[in-house]
Design a protein around this ligand. Structure first.
Ligand SMILES: [Mg+2]
Length: 122
């Protein structure tokens, strides 16, 4: 199994959940983040107790964001290329671009609850 995880407002929203999830023996964990600071991202992952196999930042020398490419488009292109079984991401503009064969899970923080509530007419 291959799992892709976002950091901000995903892992940081429920680090205890993602620590347990990442500990699954057969799971390959790839973290894909808008962040450009790989050392800072690694520190956040260490604080969160999330094991990972690969970290891809938007400044990654091999598959980072290209000039003129939007962040959401960049992340979606990376995840679609990786073709994980599961992808956890909080931003709807990224989620909307993920290939339908990839199962997507989206954390819903207070801001998202308000937005979803308005969209649902609640
Ligand atoms: Mg995020």
């Amino acid at each position: 199994m291959h799992i892709c995880l976002d950091i901000d407002d995903t892992i940081t929203y429920a680090p205890e959940l993602f620590s347990l999830l990442a500990a699954l023996a057969d799971a390959t964990i790839t973290v894909v983040t808008f962040r450009t600071d790989a050392d800072g991202a690694r520190a956040t992952l260490a604080e969160s107790g999330v094991r990972f196999d690969r970290l891809i930042t938007s400044s990654d020398p091999d598959c980072g964001k290209r000039h003129g490419q939007g962040l959401a488009q960049w992340k979606a292109a990376v995840v679609n290329h990786l073709q994980p079984d599961w992808f956890f991401e909080d931003m709807p503009e990224v989620v909307a671009l993920i290939h339908p064969t990839i199962k997507v899970f989206m954390p819903v923080d207070e801001l998202m609850r308000s937005w979803v509530g308005k969209a649902a007419g609640a």
